[in-house]
Design a protein around this ligand. Structure first.
Ligand code: AOS
Ligand code: ZN
Ligand code: ZN
Length: 437
């Protein structure tokens, strides 16, 4: 497959876009450096950490998302995994924060995984955690003849459970072929009516199925369990919360961990505390970053509650600082872009996640600990706020400039004309129907 030639992927184009902005970035960076120096913070250490920070892009998020009511496709939507990788390459080249892609099977299945890995490598991309899919049927796919309408890994019928188990093992095999370190299992299993499902028996069947998958994957390969409060099941969900996820992960084994999707909690739940608990248990797999107002809205990370994102990172940096045993979370975006160009949303979201990380690195941890021990809530809270309200934009921009990415990713993307270029080569997909990506 031929790779697209676009200014969005061209180093000289990015450099020319950066040229007019560089002096301003340097000036702001120097000023912030002096201000941080007065606080005893070395700006260079923060910039290095930000530059090294990476979050995986989800292959499923480069096409337009939708709701169960409708999906409004845009021009140039990716037709297959190769197109998706090209879009992901643009996201990474311009924003410089998403060097890996998280694949979803069977959506992203191909015949030649060596070829796929080489194609990604030529675009400067690698692969991160893969995802299985037993939350929908796959008509025509010989590996999925049975329906998942009433569940998958926790289904009452052993034949459906066996099919779902086999699919997850297959996904782990595909992960090995592309060098991905783990498999995330999110399933829609649950019930819509009280009495429809026996909570205990469904949970036991789920644990039994995941244990079978775990026994079949190579040592060192990790299974991530992703909990979600509701949807598609609206009365009960088998792995509905971090408690169920933790119980299951503990029952399955050491390399089975709990993934936190920021949109998968009840309203007002203290997600950052869940993060702290999972760190304590040595069971934090990582994240699906997104933002939400009402439920699993899959809005852009940092778009609604940037302070909550910062508080999550505050726990993560605290764990780093305390050298919490086995602490090595995987970071992924998981969003549905229904009204924006997904490339713009993914770049912006990656930057917002980096921003929260940079702000969390600015927290004066020794002072915070002192205020906590002295029971001084006002000063403890002010310590966090001081870090959160510091404008770290010059650090983010400088990190991008030094990585040859774009100082202004969305500006450079628009100037590149990438969307119109792919709209000309990729025929429009029909799509007035609903559907959640
Ligand atoms: C669903 O709500 C979850 O967030 C999953 O991570 C899912 O696999 C992903 O959204 C792709 O559909
Ligand atoms: Zn998710
Ligand atoms: Zn979700």
């Amino acid at each position: 497959m031929d790779q697209i030639i676009s200014p969005a992927l061209d180093q000289d184009f990015i450099a020319s876009e950066n040229a007019a902005l560089t002096a301003g970035v340097e000036e702001d960076y120097d000023a912030l450096g002096r201000a941080l120096d007065r606080r005893g913070i070395d700006i260079e250490a923060i910039t290095r950490a930000v530059a090294a920070f990476a979050v995986a892009a989800p292959s499923w998020a480069v096409g337009s998302g939708g709701t169960r009511f409708a999906r409004f496709p845009m021009g140039g939507e990716p037709r297959n995994i190769f197109d998706k990788l090209e879009d992901c390459a643009v996201v990474n080249r311009l924003a410089g924060a998403t060097p890996t892609v998280s694949l979803h099977f069977p959506w992203d299945e191909v015949d030649d995984y060596k070829g796929l890995t080489e194609f990604a490598g030529a675009l400067g991309l690698g692969f991160d955690v893969v995802n299985s899919n037993t939350f929908q049927d796959h008509p025509g796919n010989a590996l999925h003849p049975l329906s998942y309408k009433y569940g998958s890994l926790s289904h009452t019928d052993p034949a459906v459970r066996a099919q779902a188990v086999a699919h997850n093992i297959h996904c782990a095999e595909l992960a090995a072929k592309i060098g991905a370190p783990a498999l995330t299992i999110w399933l829609g299993d649950g019930s819509n009516f009280p009495g429809q499902s026996n909570f205990t028996r469904a949970f036991e069947r789920y644990i039994d199925s995941v244990t079978t998958v775990y026994a079949a994957v190579p040592g060192g390969f990790k299974l991530f369990l992703e909990h979600k409060m509701y949807e598609p099941a609206f009365y009960s969900t088998v792995i509905q919360d971090w408690g169920s996820s933790l119980l299951a992960a503990q029952a399955v084994g050491d390399n089975c961990l709990c993934l936190v999707d920021l949109g998968h909690h009840a309203p007002n739940v203290n997600i950052e505390m869940i993060v702290a608990r999972l760190v304590h248990a040595g069971k934090l797999a990582g994240f699906h970053f997104n933002d939400s107002k009402y439920g699993d809205d899959d809005l852009d990370a940092g778009a609604i509650e940037p302070y909550r994102l910062f508080l999550v990172f505050n726990e993560l940096v605290d764990a780093e600082y305390r050298k919490a045993p086995g602490f090595a979370p995987s970071y992924m975006l998981d969003q549905s872009h229904n009204v924006t160009d997904p490339i713009e949303s993914l770049m912006t979201s990656a930057v917002e996640v980096q921003r929260a990380y940079a702000q969390a690195l600015l927290v004066d941890r020794a002072a915070l600990e002192g205020f906590q021990d002295a029971n001084d809530p006002m000063m403890a809270s002010q310590t966090l706020k001081r870090a959160f309200t510091t404008d770290v934009q010059p650090i983010l921009a400088m990190a991008r400039l030094r990585k040859d990415a774009a100082i202004d990713p969305v500006g450079a993307y628009r100037a590149s004309g990438y969307r119109s270029a792919v709209t000309r080569i990729r025929p429009a997909k029909a799509g007035g129907s609903g559907g959640i990506v």
